[in-house]
Each structure stands twice: as structure tokens, then as C-alpha cells.
Design a protein around this ligand. Structure first.
Ligand SMILES: Cc1cc2nc3c(=O)[nH]c(=O)nc-3n(C[C@H](O)[C@H](O)[C@H](O)COP(=O)(O)OP(=O)(O)OC[C@H]3O[C@@H](n4cnc5c(N)ncnc54)[C@H](O)[C@@H]3O)c2cc1C
Length: 265
């Protein structure tokens, strides 16, 4: 995170907490807020203690909403590296227009606010023992857990070959464009490939369509060599994207055991 976008808000810092009679939620303090590319907001949250976290996992956040008054729980992936272990994690929120809590997280939560969190959860994870090569396919907020995996690999000094295939509508909606570019330049084991679905004039991405079987086969061959049967595919994004990518992988003969996915519904 490069800049803190919000001023501290000492008064009313509990305003997003709803009563928690069973004490089943942790209180995490927001310690920094920064824009992420042009389409997301990254919040740094300090836990009461260092969590046992794997790269790719997510937390549930629970917020009291002012209008309509209520309590809403949603999942947010950790986008930071779990290494070195830290009480602080980062989540990256894409605002859903008309949504109940993503606009609050993106625009109204301030540094100093307390938020209810519970976790970590999730099985779309990677660590050195899992090996590779890895093709990470993401769209929308699905790029967040993949970012955590790439950052973790870099922080650990891993050399497992990895390619991120990132699908976005256009340049303005690419999450983590600059951090991914920086890691792509710095790390010989990493490649980043973009596809834009709505802007056919921009020469930045390699592809200009939704992810399909031909694209996956080409990217796999270019990244790891065409005869590799040992590639693992991790997929995250909106449910229709995840279903389409899983179908494409099946068409290519990839067994279920070599793919894992997470719907960001
Ligand atoms: C495992 C998991 C991890 C997730 N990680 C992240 C993350 O890292 N970052 C992130 O920003 N989000 C993430 N999400 C999505 C997040 O949990 C919320 O669903 C999202 O922020 C919308 O919440 P909301 O309360 O603002 O919208 P809601 O009030 O739930 O929805 C309002 C309206 O928008 C529609 N809608 C909901 N989500 C979307 C969407 N993504 N795109 C388009 N329309 C939508 C709903 O159908 C509804 O009509 C994740 C979801 C899951 C299941």
C-alpha cells in the first residue's frame, strides 16, 4: 500500500459494529486505506493476534448498515502475503453499485474504525509444498486471493513457475495492475497475462475476449511448455466465469484433481 487515503476517525470508531452476544467475532482495527488501481480500495486490518493464515484464504466481515438498518456479512479475500506472519492483513474491495457493504468499505470506513472479522476460511490456497507449475486464472475480485499467493511466493523466495491470467473489462477495472507489473518485471518465475473483454482497441492485454480453452492452452504452452501434464489451475471470480473456465479445463482434459476454484458471488 503506498498511500493512506482516509484521515483517522477516533470518534465513533465502533459505528460499524453490531452487538455480538456470543463473542464469536474478532474486532480488527482499520490501520490504513488506499486506492488499488482505479477500481478497488485496500484496507489494512490489525487483528488482536497473529492469525494462522494461508495464501489465498478469506475472512468474513460483519458490518452494521445504516440504511436500511441491519447487519450484513460478506467474504473478503486477503490480498496481502501471509509471510512474514503479521497481525495485519489487507483486503481489497471492489465496490458493487447498490451493494449493502462494499460501498461502505470503499467510501465510508475510516482509519481507526473497528470491524468485526472472522476467519480465515477457504481452500483456494497455495504453499511451497504444493509445488507447481501454477496457472492462476482470475476475474474481478477473484484476482485478490491470487495476488496473495503471488505475493507470498515472492516473500518466501519461491521459484515455482507461475502465470497469472487476469480477465478484466478494460484497463480501468484491472485490480493490482501496477503491483502485478512490478512483480512480473522482478521475478523470473512469474508471468502476467491480461485479457480485456470490453476494450478491443487497447494494445495492453495479450487477448481481447473472455477466457476460453484455446487461450488456456496457449498460455499454458507459452508459460510451461505444451507437454506439461503437471500444471495446477487455480480459478477465482464471478460464478459464471469460474464455471466457464472449469468447463474449458475439462475440455482440455485437465483432471478435477489439478484444478481448484472459488466463486466470488
Ligand atoms: C469466498 C469469497 C471471497 C470474496 N472476496 C472478495 C474480495 O476479495 N473483494 C471483493 O470486493 N469482493 C469479494 N467477494 C464478494 C463479496 O463477498 C461481496 O459479495 C461483494 O462485496 C458485494 O457485497 P455487497 O454487500 O456490497 O453487495 P450485496 O448487497 O450482497 O449485493 C447487491 C447486488 O449486487 C449483486 N452483486 C453482488 N456481488 C456482486 C459482484 N461481485 N458483481 C456484480 N454484482 C454483484 C447482487 O446480486 C445484488 O443484486 C468475495 C466473495 C466470496 C464468496
Amino acid at each position: 500500500m503506498s498511500s493512506i487515503a482516509a484521515p483517522p476517525a477516533p470518534a465513533g470508531k465502533r459505528r460499524f459494529l453490531a452487538p455480538d452476544r456470543g463473542r464469536s467475532w474478532d474486532e480488527a482495527r482499520v490501520t490504513a486505506i488506499a486506492p488499488e488501481s482505479t477500481s478497488g480500495t485496500t484496507l489494512r486490518l490489525a487483528h488482536p493476534e497473529v492469525p494462522e493464515l494461508q495464501a489465498g484464504q478469506y475472512y468474513l466481515l460483519r458490518l452494521a448498515t445504516p440504511s436500511p438498518p441491519g447487519v450484513v456479512e460478506q467474504a473478503y479475500s486477503v490480498s496481502s502475503s501471509p509471510h512474514p506472519p503479521s497481525a495485519e492483513i489487507e483486503i481489497t474491495v471492489r465496490e458493487v453499485t447498490g451493494g449493502r457493504i462494499s460501498p461502505l468499505l470503499a467510501h465510508h470506513v475510516r482509519v481507526g474504525d473497528l470491524l468485526h472479522v472472522r476467519g480465515p476460511f477457504g481452500f483456494l490456497t497455495w504453499s511451497e509444498e504444493d509445488g507447481g507449475p501454477l496457472l492462476l486464472l482470475g476475474a474481478g475480485s477473484g484476482v485478490a486471493p491470487l495476488m496473495s499467493i503471488v505475493r507470498y511466493a515472492a516473500a518466501r523466495g519461491a521459484t515455482t513457475p507461475m502465470t497469472v491470467l487476469c480477465s478484466s473489462r478494460d484497463r480501468s477495472t484491472v485490480l493490482f495492475r501496477q503491483p502485478l507489473e512490478k512483480l512480473d518485471r522482478a521475478e523470473p518465475w512469474l508471468s502476467v497475462v491480461h485479457t480485456f473483454t470490453r476494450d478491443s482497441d487497447d494494445s495492453y492485454p495479450r487477448y481481447h475476449r473472455r477466457i476460453d480453452a484455446v487461450m488456456i492452452a496457449e498460455v499454458t504452452a507459452a508459460s510451461f511448455g505444451s507437454a506439461r501434464a503437471d500444471v495446477t489451475y487455480l480459478v477465482a471470480g464471478p460464478p459464471d466465469m469460474v464455471a466457464a473456465v472449469r468447463r474449458a479445463l475439462s475440455e482440455l482434459g485437465v483432471p478435477d484433481a489439478r484444478m481448484a476454484s472459488e466463486d466470488h458471488a
